[in-house]
Design a protein around this ligand. Structure first.
Ligand SMILES: [Zn+2]
Length: 142
């Protein structure tokens, strides 16, 4: 079966939401978006795992993330989240694109994302127990 078309490889056809296109990465407005100013930084090369990025692409991604962050902090945000979600266990759909991308989310204190979602993270946080610390550290050192 042919893979579905990659919306980020076709982004040239949708120039209306391109913020800037550089040699190695393209920065666009996310659509759909979590909040106004939700920006995506996408390597121009189609790769699906962030660790496939070349050193040159890593630098280009973080330069573009920093550009977006700076512009958002100058205008509509007082903070920002930078995220990369690697979730191969979810099939590509309108909210999940396989082509690696980084989210830049403009944030303000107790914004809608916090009120509707992230405040519940507080209930998930737990103390790291000595048993868990030992068990998990073994995973890294074995
Ligand atoms: Zn692609």
């Amino acid at each position: 079966m042919e893979k579905p078309k990659c919306p980020f490889c076709e982004i040239d056809h949708e120039k209306t939401r391109v913020i800037r296109k550089d040699k190695l990465v393209t920065t666009i407005l996310s659509n759909p978006r979590l909040m106004p100013g939700h920006t995506l930084v996408i390597p121009n090369r189609h790769i699906e795992e962030p660790w496939e990025l070349s050193n040159e692409e890593i630098l280009a991604v973080f330069e573009a993330v920093n550009y977006a962050r700076t512009r958002l902090l100058d205008s509509i945000a007082t903070g920002c989240d930078v995220r990369q979600n690697y979730r191969p266990f979810i099939a590509q759909n309108r909210l999940k694109v396989d082509h690696v991308h980084f989210h830049v989310l403009p944030r303000t204190n107790e914004d809608e994302l916090y009120r509707e979602s992230m405040r519940f993270e507080k209930e998930i946080f737990a103390e790291l127990t000595p048993e868990e610390r030992t068990r998990i550290l073994k995973l890294f050192h074995s």
